[in-house]
Ligand binder design. Structure first.
Ligand code: DQA
Length: 147
């Protein structure tokens, strides 16, 4: 069986749909995962969300051992976590960073990013649709053997 694509979301993304909908939209994370699952036949997704940094690091390591690619919205850990950065640097699988909002156009404290330097690509600012595009991008990188 082909390896799954990991779709990992970090802190507070369990609140999507109710959390600041003007910024993050009205879809829940479950809605987004369902749209991704319906997009490509025969692709297995492992979709998970955590509010805990260590758990996210464990799952990033697992995605590298057992997955074909990683799609990651690290939420606020994007801007704070050297541990997430180091875990990503240790990965051989393609990594697509995704954000619903565009952090580059937001507050100063979101201008630091520990994920982008370790990712193949970043998709930001187009809401939940960005997760679907991230899946297309992950499949493209898998097919072309890139990391
Ligand atoms: C986010 C952007 C981050 O700055 C923020 O902390 C989040 C969500 C996004 O998807 O737009 O929690 O990752």
């Amino acid at each position: 069986m082909a390896k799954p694509i990991y779709v990992l979301s970090g802190p507070n993304l369990n609140l999507l749909g109710q959390r600041e909908p003007d910024i993050y939209g009205s879809s829940t994370l479950d809605d987004i995962h369902k749209r991704m699952a319906g997009r490509h036949e025969g692709v297995t997704l492992k979709t998970r969300q955590t509010n805990h940094e260590g758990e996210l690091v464990d799952w990033i390591q697992e995605s590298n051992r057992e997955g074909a690619a990683l799609i990651l919205n690290a939420g606020a850990y994007t801007h704070t976590s050297v541990a997430v950065h180091d875990a990503l640097r240790a990965c051989d699988v393609p990594i697509i960073e995704v954000h619903l909002s565009n952090p580059a156009a937001r507050e100063e404290f979101r201008q630091v990013n520990f994920v982008s330097p370790a990712a193949n690509a970043t998709i930001a600012g187009i809401g939940g649709y960005g997760y679907e595009l991230a899946l297309d991008a992950a499949l493209h990188l898998i097919a072309s053997g890139e990391r």
